[in-house]
Design a binder for this molecule. Structure first.
Ligand code: PLP
Ligand code: SF4
Length: 376
């Protein structure tokens, strides 16, 4: 963590930066932090700015381009937070952002609004307030510890937190969302695994996006977690130019399975401001899922999901109704009709298309966005 790449000089040790990247290092400073672990920086291609590793972590000027769809909090997480950093949007489970600190700052991060921001690092009394909320709500059976990255906490801090959560009778499952196996695999130490193993059932989802991330060091980190009895799943974000083709996705999913990691979700990229260059059409993701279905082991297939303020919605024929201009219309599992702003990216090649439909009456979308005509 101390040796992270964080300025031009340290970046130059790994890559020959482009003019655009150098300008972006300065220009994006106020918008979103950047840091890259030496391990992850070592996976970058020095000469190819479009390297799928490099694009995830090195700022680009695109992040400052006008992005009319881009919003700060597309899932209305703040509105669903009864206590600071605790999101209660599903009846029986919560996402608890125990810290805003991360080891690297992925340029498309869903929680850019808070990740890396010292205002969202929780003090012990603030952690306790969230624990008290969970203890007072007997319907909560599943607690997701996320962030930021919860494994930026040291072992004694994690032990403190886990002991308090385990003391609550109605908590059945505790799970972690951590990208450490991908960005800093050496964080998965024997000591960390010993702490986790004391509080089973503990599950973990990590976040591999590309086959280049499936290194021997990452496999060793995963193996440690599995030996400690922690099932490891993976959540991938579908990212334009990084993993948005069937061959890359198949190699990723099959590589994960070889490491005994179960592909869990493939997320449609969210409408975070400054990330339009990462987004694909929803048709693209459906096309990739169709190509994978039947062509690999069933347990190598993730579910393709769009997270909405009405909950996660599978992007397949049973929920997606069609395309109405720049929107894709779906019925969320909670019954609400949702129109996802999803203009077709210029230059994207696609073979799959959705039926063209009219916008249904009563459909919801991002607040403040007009459903009449194009918003671009
Ligand atoms: C995704 C998410 C969860 C967990 O959902 P699962 O589908 O059970 O993995 C819980 N809370 C929030 C706020 C979420 O966004
Ligand atoms: S690891 Fe997760 S929380 Fe951290 S910057 Fe990346 S996407 Fe955001």
């Amino acid at each position: 963590m101390r040796n992270r790449v964080h300025d031009e000089a340290s970046l130059r040790r790994y890559v020959r930066p482009t003019e655009d990247e150098l300008r972006a290092l300065e220009a994006t400073k106020e918008v979103f932090r950047w840091n890259i672990t030496p391990y992850y920086a070592g996976l970058m291609n020095a000469d190819d700015p479009d390297c799928p590793i490099r694009r995830q972590v090195v700022p680009r000027m695109n992040e400052l381009a006008p992005d009319i769809v881009g919003v700060v909090d597309p899932l209305e997480e703040v509105a669903h937070s009864p206590v600071k950093n605790l999101i209660h949007n599903y009846h029986d489970r919560v996402a608890f952002c125990v810290t805003a600190e991360c080891a690297i700052y992925c340029r498309y991060c869903l929680r850019k609004r808070m990740v890396g921001d010292a205002d969202f690092f929780l003090r012990k009394d603030e952690l306790q307030a969230a624990i008290d909320y969970i203890a007072a709500h007997e319907e909560i059976r599943d607690v997701l510890l996320t962030g930021g990255d919860p494994f930026t906490f040291n072992e004694s801090h994690l032990d403190w937190l886990l002991a308090r959560l385990r003391a609550i009778d109605h908590i059945e499952v505790i799970r972690f969302g951590s990208r450490m196996p991908v960005k800093l695999p050496y964080r998965i130490t024997d000591e960390l695994c010993e702490v986790l193993a004391r509080y089973h059932p503990i599950w973990l989802n990590t976040h591999f996006n590309h086959p280049k991330e499936l290194t021997d060091d990452a496999a060793e980190a995963v193996d440690k977690l599995l030996r400690a009895g922690v099932p490891v799943g993976n959540q991938t974000v579908l990212l334009r130019g990084i993993n948005d083709d069937a061959a890359t996705m198949k190699a990723l999913c099959e590589g994960l399975v070889r490491m005994r990691v179960r592909p869990y979700y493939l997320y449609q990229a969210q409408l975070i401001g400054g990330t339009a260059h990462f987004r694909t059409s929803i048709e693209k993701g459906m096309e990739i899922m169709q190509a994978l279905q039947g062509s690999t082991s069933g347990f190598a297939l993730p579910r393709y999901i769009l997270d909405t303020p009405f909950g996660k919605t599978p992007l397949d024929g049973s929920y997606v109704q069609g395309r109405a201009g720049d929107f894709v219309v779906m019925q969320s599992p909670r019954g609400a009709l949702w129109a996802e702003p999803n203009p077709l990216p210029p230059g994207e090649t696609r073979v799959f298309s959705l039926p063209e439909i009219d916008l249904p009456a009563g459909v919801a979308t991002i607040e403040g966005l007009s459903l009449k005509g194009s918003f671009m």
